[in-house]
Write a protein that binds this ligand. Structure first.
Ligand SMILES: *Cc1c(COP(=O)(O)O)cnc(C)c1O
Length: 382
């Protein structure tokens, strides 16, 4: 994936750093928006996947809106020039301050996750002389068949409003005078690779929309959230997710009336494959029955493996030696600071450059300064 010129450049730069392939980002967005428009669907990019300004400006140039999960993300989206009428805001714990930021910004929709939240938004909107547009984030009780820490749509998860609360929530909406009911929102998890989940979700949505409309609630917007997965095992074979199949499965299964708009909130599938974490081997250390390749990048730079046992493809960019097995670990004082166990890669030694692939989403945004490490900077292919 990286040409020899790029690798030579990598050698000259202090590691670790994030490297973003903007040509791939544009290609991904080209295909994504082409497939989206075929069905007349709308998309809001999930800022939490990666909020670098250069990336946001490219995403915005393709006409996507923004999906936010905090007041600061709402602020960032608006300051980055996203159209307020394309900004949505989800999250189970919106603070009063955050709600006010979004009300001030006149965003398209609060995706509300509980009855008390709706009541507070109604109160704050009233005190500001605003009318809040809200959608209900529904918990459709669907297992996304992904890692337990990134599944969000089962009844035991903290997210969304469950079916047994529908009557109460409708009563709440009808009693709130500063609220406009915009529609229903669903986001059942992340890194979903089983497309059956999306057909199941679509069918469940049909039932739930019908239930709300029977009770006199017109559902003008149906938002299916994000969650489409990427190929972490073989990013070069599958650099772009199969958007055509994804949308056509949903189109086949989701009922849509002429007055209804359908929305999506892609994050990982837009930016995941465009980023790599570039790092150097500091030491090769012998352990009992194993060798450790110790990198200068750690869980402070990329926490996904430590946080939810994620596996990223790791490449040795500067050795073509015989294949050997290594535990690939970082410098942080935690045993979970490990990127791979028993990985087969060309024999390595101090100074080799490694690429940890598919790190564009939930990589740099989750970086932290544990052990007082510096934050890794970012470089772009252009
Ligand atoms: C995280 C998140 C997304 C994006 O999910 P991906 O798996 O990155 O596509 C979309 N919507 C909401 C509400 C989210 O929390």
């Amino acid at each position: 994936m990286f040409g020899s010129k790029t690798v030579e450049k990598f050698r000259e730069i202090e590691t670790p750093f994030y490297y973003y392939d903007l040509a791939l980002l544009r290609q991904t967005l080209d295909i994504y928006t082409k497939e989206l428009k075929k069905h007349n669907y709308h998309a809001h990019y999930a800022l939490k996947a990666n909020a670098n300004s250069k990336i946001l400006s490219i995403v915005k140039s393709y006409g996507l809106g923004a999906d936010c999960v905090s007041g600061n993300e709402v602020k960032l989206a608006l300051n980055s020039g996203f159209d307020p009428s394309m900004v949505v805001y989800a999250g189970v714990g919106k603070s009063d301050k955050e709600i006010k930021i979004a009300l001030e910004g006149d965003i398209f929709s609060f995706n509300c996750e509980s009855i008390p939240e709706i009541q507070i938004i109604d109160q704050l909107a009233g005190s500001m002389g605003k009318r809040a547009s809200i959608s209900l984030r529904i918990n459709p009780d669907i297992d996304a068949h992904t890692h337990k820490y990134i599944t969000t749509g089962r009844s035991q998860d903290k997210f969304g409003i469950s079916h047994w609360m529908f009557d109460d929530v409708i009563q709440t909406l009808n009693s709130c005078s500063n609220i406009h009911f915009a529609g229903l929102h669903f986001h059942v998890g992340s890194q979903i690779t089983d497309y059956n989940v999306f057909s199941m979700l679509s069918k469940r949505i049909n039932e739930i929309v019908a239930r709300f409309e029977e009770k006199g609630m017109r559902v003008e917007n149906i938002n299916l959230g994000g969650g489409l997965g990427i190929d972490y095992d073989d990013p070069d074979a599958n650099p772009i997710s199969d958007f055509a199949s994804y949308f056509s499965i949903i189109n086949k299964n989701l009922r849509q009336e002429s007055y209804q708009q359908v929305h999506f909130e892609p994050g990982r599938a837009i930016i995941g494959q465009c980023g790599s974490l570039i790092t150097r081997v500091l030491y090769v250390k012998l352990g009992k029955g194993r060798k450790f390749a110790i990198l200068d990048a750690g869980m402070n730079d990329l926490i996904r493996p430590a946080l939810y046992q994620a596996v990223h493809k790791i490449e040795n960019l500067t050795s073509s030696g015989r294949l050997m097995r290594y535990d690939v670990v970082g410098p942080i004082c935690e045993s979970s600071d490990r990127f791979a166990k028993n990985l087969l890669i060309p024999e390595t030694s101090r100074g080799d450059i490694f690429a940890i692939r598919s790190a564009g989403a939930y990589g740099q945004v989750m970086a932290m300064r544990y052990n007082q490490k510096d934050l890794a900077p970012e470089y772009y292919s252009e």
